[in-house]
Design a protein around this ligand. Sequence first.
Ligand code: AMP
Length: 179
Amino acid sequence: MHVTDQDMAALVAGRVLDVPDFPQPGIVFKDLMPLFADGPAFRQVVDGIVAHHGPDSFDVVAGIEARGFVVAAAIAYATGAGVVPIRKAGKLPRAAYSASYSLEYGEATLEVHQDAFMTGQRVLLVDDVLATGGTAGAALDLIVQANGSVAGFSVLLELGFLEGRKRVAPREVHAVLTV
Ligand code: AMP
């Protein structure tokens, strides 16, 4: 069955919970665990992301810790691609590149292993939520620093009012749902 972009957006919209004041006052946390927990819906969304980019357009999927790992692993399994974790500071066991950035609630550093990609390997980056775009920007920089070639970037949910797209520009953002 062909799933339209609208169908995909509805699958996400119906399976996200707003959690007010988490992890701190004033932030509405978008909890996508209900989507992850719904097997048929999650599979349709994963397949839709793959179809959007094309299954042969990337060699490896990079996921941002931690919820991005869930999406990345599913896409990787669906396509036979590998997974590269982009992790929070201090978690990777070997030599890593680091990128620091500000986010909607605080400061953070992301890291990737220096040998994570073969030179020119095409990397699809995925995460759950695009907020201010700091996280995605840092992750994209790390992919380039580690000699990967960015093939695309998808998120399940984009918070449009935070204008994360501008921070990621000129790279394109594929958001399954924008609110
Ligand atoms: P940002 O760097 O501001 O785009 O933040 C994106 C990262 O922080 C993603 O990895 C999200 O998982 C997480 N995040 C930021 N804001 C939210 C939010 N309101 N709800 C859920 N996750 C968020």
